[in-house]
Design a protein around this ligand. Structure first.
Ligand SMILES: CN1c2c(nc(N)[nH]c2=O)NC[C@@H]1CNc1ccc(C(=O)N[C@@H](CCC(=O)N[C@@H](CCC(=O)N[C@@H](CCC(=O)O)C(=O)O)C(=O)O)C(=O)O)cc1
Ligand SMILES: N[C@@H](CCS)C(=O)O
Ligand SMILES: [Zn+2]
Length: 759
């Protein structure tokens, strides 16, 4: 008999119950008990949805992030959290920071947040020093185990493994993180012991770093860790996902665990080798359903692959999604307005689990036991392949006809910079923001009413224009140099563009957690992409009509639209990206023709799209940078092109960043004390840079002196002529009460620097 299990279920809830519960709690409208009740009810609901599986995951739920949960489990929250606070308050202090007050609270900086591998999910980076000690705090996990067991479920505990945990964290004092392994292992052993004592048979121990290129030192750490944990009285399912094992394959197979899970979508070519290497007592869990995409599985094809493996492995074969279902929307049944043809091609989390059960039944009881469903699945797969909605010959021809010159600026940066400055006349340390201003309730309500047809085009336009006017007036009061229109009309920087492009479909409720309570609704790219008409021109033109200061045209770049969408799997990503790049190029040219002098093309997701293995980076960077350049470079020298990236660890890709040749790049740096600029200095990066001085992910308002200090640190690394002054990212998640004083201090800091450093 083949068994089924799931690596993790989306936490946010069908109606984003978790989001609303968290935000109410943070606003002080509800108490901790109410929040805990929501958590419990979501967990119980999720386990009920997964009840048909042989094992239900416990420990995948989180109030903010599972890596932060692991830090708390191991007694490793940042030292600055208030030791006297209760555990929930400590948890939120670490995830969101705490603003200082005049009375008793001191300001607590939030932990650094970064991308979880190549996904759009963010985790909170564990912090280490040579002195870090760990202590076991398994109470929350054990409580959840009990909850699941009491509800009649087979609890399989989910833990982030010790080696990946250390790898994902950051040493604050340059000490070797691996030296902590010997301290952390007894704590894991203690937790495993407690799980066993509470009736847990299997622990899914996630070690996703096994799909990356590991040095010998880290490979050896796996040996040390798992030979040590093998003494524990519990079965470990060593779990890898997001890619191939390659040089870690033998290691993963041979570590002394009771089972191994591999990503059978991304590492399909390694299955045979894994089966050959795997010791005969071990379970092999195959992640056969794609946990990163929303397409129906070709079940007949999957069975062709699985049947011979089942014959060989018999009871030792388990089936699961390739990774946690955290990265896909919950339920297709929540969609009332999806195009029926496209809907027929899709599977969300709940449908993926149905697919899993169907595969298990076909293996356990023969294909004939599910013949009807298999026939229906075959037809759906064929309908998608043959659909005329997918293919647009004009788009394909335009892509084939792209000439290399289309990706080139007219002149080099030095020459462009002079032409642009002569026109723009910006001061030293020019100030700007990244694009969005607070998405207030009023804005969201207006969008909702418009969406529901409760207000018409004229009303909506008037309301959005009022918001734009408000944002422009505020920026004029603040004396910022380069203004933005504030993005009031955008629900999301990717969804907004997708909704106006052909080849995209949308969901109403296809929410996916991005960080904490924040979610996104990734568009679905199902066909060739084209732009039926201008997407942003009217709004920017209106904003520019209100002021003589330059207002940036604001676009999302092709690589980011690609990386933050669910992408078609029937052509290379590079091809889809090229199609998007031509569509956005047309928008850039229209903006220039409308008199817009500065155009920002956000490529927030360019870096996270890097393949997990460095050996594949260059190929990706070649087409990603080319796509950006096709989009950006149809303009004359006079137009200043900005790009923005929220994550700025550019050490290994600085050449690609330089090759993008944006006139100005604004980046996230404030939490790293400008250290991220070292690579720009070492590379002699010539173009302008706006290192973020205001961490927009935290409600804390940065004091002016803090930003002055950051700018001075920046000026030590980068020629002051090159420096711009801006926040780390857009301000849509913040409130005006936070934004105004923060930007006031930022502009003041820039002016001070102007006086001090350019005198
Ligand atoms: C820059 N970031 C982005 C990433 N990915 C994207 N696709 N987009 C990004 O901007 N990845 C990296 C970072 C992640 N950062 C964020 C930051 C903020 C959010 C966020 O705020 N998300 C919102 C949802 C945004 C949205 O689409 N809103 C819609 C619908 C809102 C809604 O729920 N409306 C209610 C009614 C109004 C109300 O009561 O609030 C309804 O319909 O019932 C809109 O504004 O129209 C969030 O709330 O989580 C995400 C990623
Ligand atoms: N222009 C966008 C970029 C976010 S990465 C914003 O300001 O929200
Ligand atoms: Zn950003």
């Amino acid at each position: 008999m083949v068994s089924t299990h799931n690596l993790g279920f989306p936490r946010i809830g069908r109606q984003r119950e978790l989001k609303f519960a968290l935000e109410q709690f943070w606003r002080g409208e509800t108490n901790a008990e109410t929040l805990q009740e929501t958590g419990k009810s979501l967990r119980l609901h999720h386990w009920a949805v997964q009840a048909e599986l042989d094992w239900q995951p416990v420990g995948d739920f989180s109030f903010y992030d599972h890596v932060l949960d692991t830090s708390q489990l191991l007694g490793n929250l940042p030292a600055r959290v208030d030791k006297n606070a209760d555990t929930l308050s400590q948890y939120f202090q670490a995830s969101r920071g705490q603003a200082g007050t005049n009375c008793c609270n001191h300001q607590i900086a939030a932990a650094e947040m970064t991308k979880w591998f190549d996904t759009n999910y963010h985790y909170l980076v564990p912090e280490f020093t040579a002195q870090t000690d760990f202590t076991a705090h398994p109470e929350r996990l054990l409580k959840q185990v009990k909850e699941a067991q009491s509800a009649g479920h087979q609890a399989k505990a989910v833990l982030l493994g010790p080696v990946s945990y250390l790898w994902l964290g950051k040493s604050k004092d340059e000490s070797n993180k691996l030296a902590l392994l010997e301290k952390i292992l007894p704590i894991y052993a203690e937790i495993l012991g407690q799980l066993a004592a509470n009736g847990v048979e299997w622990v899914q121990i996630d070690e996703p770093i096994l799909v990356t290129e590991l040095s010998l030192e880290w490979q050896q750490a796996f040996q040390t860790a798992y030979f040590s944990l093998a003494k524990s009285p519990i079965k470990l399912l060593l779990t890898t996902y997001f890619g191939q094992l390659q040089q870690n394959l033998q290691l993963a197979c041979e570590l002394p665990t009771a089972g191994l899970h591999i990503d059978a979508i991304n590492a399909a070519n390694e299955i045979t080798q894994v089966v050959d290497w795997l010791p005969s007592h071990k379970v092999l869990s195959l992640g056969i359903i794609n946990g990163r995409n929303i397409w129906k599985t070709d079940l007949n094809q999957a069975l062709d692959l699985l049947e011979p493996l089942h014959k060989r492995l018999v009871d030792r074969l388990w089936l699961a999604p390739s990774c946690s279902l955290l990265h896909v929307p919950i339920d297709l049944a929540s969609e009332q307005n999806l195009d029926t043809e496209v809907r027929d091609w899709l599977a969300f989390a709940v449908q993926k689990l149905d697919e899993l059960q169907l595969l298990a039944k076909a293996l356990n009881s023969g294909r004939e036991s599910v013949a009807e469903q298999l026939a229906e699945n075959r037809q759906a797969i064929q309908r998608r392949q043959r659909s005329i909605r997918v293919h647009n010959p004009a788009v394909k021809q335009r892509c084939e006809a792209i000439q290399p010159e289309q990706a080139l600026r007219q002149s080099d940066y030095a020459q462009r910079a002079k032409i642009q400055q002569a026109d723009l006349q910006l001061p030293a340390f020019p100030t700007t923001t990244i694009g969005s201003f607070p998405q207030t309730n009023l804005i969201r309500q207006a969008r909702k009413q418009y969406r529901l047809g409760l207000i018409g085009d004229a009303d909506y336009k008037q309301q959005m224009q009022a918001e734009i006017r408000y944002a422009i007036d505020k920026q004029l009061d603040l004396d910022l140099d380069v203004l933005v229109h504030g993005e009031a009309e955008r629900n999301d920087m990717v969804e907004y563009f997708g909704q106006q492009l052909q080849g995209f479909a949308f969901t109403d409720n296809g929410w996916v957690q991005s960080y904490g309570s924040r979610c996104v609704k990734p568009p679905i790219i199902f066909g060739d992409v084209s732009r039926p008409g201008p997407m942003t021109i009217e709004w920017i033109r209106y904003a520019q009509s209100l002021t003589d200061k330059p207002v940036k045209g604001m676009l999302t770049g092709p690589v980011t639209i690609l990386n933050w969408s669910f992408v078609r799997d029937d052509q290379p990503r590079s091809e889809t990206c090229k199609q998007i790049s031509l569509a956005i190029r047309d928008e850039v040219i229209d903006l220039e023709n409308s008199g817009v002098k500065i155009i920002q093309i956000d490529e927030a997701a360019l870096r996270e799209g890097l393949p997990l293995r460095q050996s594949q980076w260059q190929e990706y960077l070649d087409w990603a940078v080319e796509s950006f350049k096709i989009t950006a470079n149809g303009v004359t020298d006079k137009t200043q092109i900005h790009t923005h990236m929220c994550y700025s660890e550019f050490n290994d890709i600085i050449e690609a960043i330089a090759a993008m040749d944006a006139d100005v790049i604004t980046i996230e740096t404030s939490r790293s004390q400008m250290e991220l600029l070292d690579v720009f200095r070492d590379f002699d990066y010539p173009n302008a840079i706006g290192p973020g001085v205001y961490d927009i992910h935290s409600p804390n308002i940065p004091p002016e002196q803090w930003m002055v200090d950051l700018l001075k640190l920046a000026a030590k690394r980068i020629d002051k002529q090159q420096l711009w002054v801006n926040p780390d990212c857009g301000l849509k998640t913040r409130r005006w009460e936070e934004v105004e004083p923060a930007l006031k201090a930022m502009v003041s800091a820039a002016k001070l620097l102007r006086d001090q450093l350019t005198a």
